[in-house]
Design a protein around this ligand. Sequence first.
Ligand SMILES: [Zn+2]
Length: 54
Amino acid sequence: MENSEEQIAAWSKKAEMNDYRCDICGELIGYDERETYFETKYCATHANRMSKDD
Ligand SMILES: [Zn+2]
C-alpha cells in the first residue's frame, strides 16, 4: 500500500535488471515513475514534456 523502503529497493533492483530507462535521457526509472514509464517509455520529466508538446 505505502511506498515502503523495501518496495522501493526491490523496484530499483528490478529496474536495473530489466534496464528500465527513459527513452530520452537514459535515466533509470524510479519507483514513483514506473507507471509513467510503462505507459510512455519515458521518465516522469520527459513524459510530462512530451504530453505538453502534443
Ligand atoms: Zn527522461
